[in-house]
Design a binder for this molecule. Structure first.
Ligand code: ATP
Length: 323
């Protein structure tokens, strides 16, 4: 093999740059030329390639986001779009592709692989719902950002005897809300995976005060039926009866930016190097992930389109510990 390419796709993530750096420098070590593809699958279809040297990826390991840019590119779901992408890879003599991204991106990688092109995926999503990796690039950093916010809000909540709703990212998956809720010591956790009743949420917050707590915090996933806006509306409509002040903080994209922490830098680096090693060994059509502490490959036909379920036993544990 002489040439490979790397792209980042889906939501940007602190740690993606560490993975790009690892793929580029690992590839150069193999004697390959490494191209970066700008703006994910959009750049693959548009032929937006740039040859990367070791120096080009210098000083990026500590930067959030992705120096290659990322995009949502629905045209890649069409046969025409993918054929154009393959033609662009062929035109530059690229023989393999590394796709750094989440579930959707890995489905794209799988389709390319089924079309006969060698692809290796690197697991990167805030949702941590990818089958084939116990955790993914960005989860740890995002969790620490959410925790910092929760810890700060707890101080204010205690000083003013106010209840706070903190909404964290997670459209379909409540992993971040569940873990932030447990590690932040929340009184209530609301997830997309579990039906919730607004009255029960309010009652649980009130019960925390009755038990003598100085604060009451609910961590809510954005994709929950009763997300922060819904719960706030309910609280406003029933304010007199509820009898306490409810404040909402929506963390939103704040959780996406920032410098990657040590864990994400190391995970991304190991996954990127792992991807190159597999390609060098002639293996492809796999997703690189962390399994029991090791960087292992799972076939894309097993991983793509398959969601890792949330351990809902932890929700019960959180309830018990919120006493
Ligand atoms: P995140 O977890 O950050 O949302 P993601 O990789 O799941 O990341 P998506 O927006 O779902 O993000 O997917 C990113 C891109 O991958 C899409 O814009 C599209 O180009 C491509 N993609 C998604 N699903 C498919 C599919 N089934 N077939 C081909 N390409 C796909």
């Amino acid at each position: 093999m002489k040439r490979i390419a790397v792209l980042t796709s889906g939501g940007d993530a602190p740690g993606m740059n560490a993975a790009i750096r690892a793929v580029v420098r690992g590839g150069l070590e193999q004697g390959w030329e490494v191209f970066g593809v700008r703006q994910g699958y959009a750049g693959l279809m548009g032929g937006d390639f740039v040859s990367l040297s070791a120096r080009d990826v210098g000083g990026i390991i500590q930067q959030g986001g992705t120096v290659l840019g990322s995009a949502r590119a629905p045209e890649f779901k069409t046969e025409e779009g993918r054929k154009q992408a393959l033609a662009n890879l062929e035109a530059r003599g690229v023989e393999a592709l590394v796709v750094i991204g989440g579930g959707g991106s890995q489905s794209g990688a799988y389709v390319l692989s089924r079309m006969g092109f060698p692809v290796v995926g690197v697991a990167s999503t805030i949702d941590n719902d990818l089958y084939g990796s116990e955790t993914t690039i960005r989860v740890d950093t995002a969790l620490n950002i959410a925790l910092e916010a929760i810890d700060r809000l707890k101080v204010t909540a205690s000083s003013h005897h106010r209840a706070f709703l903190v909404e964290v990212m997670g459209r379909d998956c409540g992993y971040l809300a569940l873990m932030a809720g447990i590690a932040g010591g929340a009184e209530v956790i609301v997830l997309p995976e579990v039906e919730s009743d607004p009255e029960e949420v309010i009652e649980t917050l009130k019960a925390a005060y009755r038990r003598g707590k100085a604060h009451a915090i609910a961590v809510v996933a954005e994709g929950a039926t009763n997300n922060a806006n819904e719960l706030m509306l309910y609280a406003q409509e029933n304010q007199k009866r509820i009898g306490f002040d409810l404040r909402v903080t929506i963390l939103g994209h704040v959780q996406r930016g920032g410098m990657p922490g040590a864990f994400d830098r190391l995970l991304a680096t190991r996954l990127g190097v792992g991807a190159v090693e597999r390609l060098a060994g002639g293996e492809h059509g796999v997703l690189m992930g962390l399994i029991r502490g090791e960087i292992l490959a799972t076939p894309l036909d097993e991983a793509a389109g398959r969601k890792k379920p949330l351990d809902l036993g932890l929700l019960e544990m959180a309830r018990v510990l919120a006493k």
